[in-house]
Design a protein around this ligand. Structure first.
Ligand SMILES: C[S@@+](CC[C@H](N)C(=O)[O-])C[C@H]1O[C@@H](n2cnc3c(N)ncnc32)[C@H](O)[C@@H]1O
Length: 281
């Protein structure tokens, strides 16, 4: 049997606590805001609407819920009962603050997905993650842990950053430590990992056309001139993204989601009644 530290994410709790303490509260999701800065959120809304419109009033949990703008969105747009789980204290505080701002009565639980409170197991119609799965290796083990929270027939929504696309490549050269806390997952391996976790993928695809706003320059460089160059390059790439969004918003032209420029990869999968297998060995 292979030794595995699969239950430890590649960043670690101290990293997340510091990150969330330093993060300002994000604005809430307003799906009908036609502004350019809302472009990516509108694309997410289209994606979630297709999944959630038929699941109104269901029980949704987001694991790794720190700073989540999507929990209040699920509650206000689809009348869902929302729960968040995160092992970072600061992360939980941020998720609670956002729910409060939105006036949504959700439940934020400070806990570990590998050892969740018993009342969460098999309790949810939908398990959603946004930037969690890619911090663990092997991918199927974290998916198996997440699937335990689903009811039979429940829906797993997994969104990971496209670290094998151009944004991942740029991230690697601008700030290697941040790149290194991610497992680069491609569309095929994400889908296969869901299957290996006993889930049945319904769709796997790239999400959004382009967004270099996902680049993370924290601790980018100790050399001041390098730092300025990196900042300039990042701003130029964000401006390029905004230009593409503007064209998409003001013309029939659209850059289809694709493996090079798309910032995210999504996999939607169902937990069938007999899907649970033994943990990865
Ligand atoms: C990239 S962040 C998620 C981002 C966030 N939901 C957002 O809206 O941007 C990943 C989160 O997963 C949490 N996490 C990592 N390992 C965990 C575990 N074993 N149990 C619960 N949460 C965990 C971290 O604390 C961190 O807040």
């Amino acid at each position: 049997m292979r030794q595995s530290n699969h239950t430890t994410d590649k960043a670690g709790k101290t990293y997340w606590d510091a990150a969330w303490q330093a993060t300002a509260q994000p604005r809430l999701v307003v799906p009908n805001d036609r502004g350019l800065r809302n472009h990516v959120r509108r694309r997410f809304h289209e994606f979630f609407y297709g999944l959630m419109n038929s699941r109104r009033g269901q029980k949704v949990i987001e694991v790794g819920c720190a700073n989540s703008i999507w929990l209040p969105y699920f509650a206000t747009e689809y009348g869902c009962t929302v729960t968040g789980l995160d092992y970072s204290t600061a992360g939980c505080a941020s998720a609670e603050a956002i729910l409060k701002t939105a006036g949504v009565a959700g439940s934020i639980i400070h806990g570990d997905v590998w050892n969740p409170p018993a009342d969460l197991v098999g309790a949810f119609d939908v398990v959603s993650t946004y930037g969690l799965v890619e911090h663990f290796e092997p991918t199927e083990d974290i998916l198996l842990a997440l699937a335990k929270l689903l009811k039979p027939g429940g829906l797993m929504i997994t969104i990971v950053p496209n670290m094998v696309g151009w944004a991942g490549l740029v991230q690697k050269y601008l700030n290697r430590p941040v790149f290194d806390i991610h497992v680069p997952i491609n569309l095929k391996t994400l889908q296969t990992a869901h299957q290996r976790a006993g889930l049945t993928p319904q769709q796997s695809h790239y999400l959004c056309s382009i967004n270099f706003g996902v680049l993370n320059l924290n601790d980018a460089a100790d050399n001041t001139s390098f730092r300025l160059i990196k900042k300039f390059l990042t701003k130029a790439l964000i401006a390029l993204s905004a230009l593409v969004w503007w064209i998409e918003d003001h013309s029939p032209l659209r850059l289809p989601p694709n493996r090079l420029t798309s910032p995210y990869i999504a996999c939607i999968a169902i937990k069938s009644d007999d899907s649970m297998r033994q943990p990865h060995e």
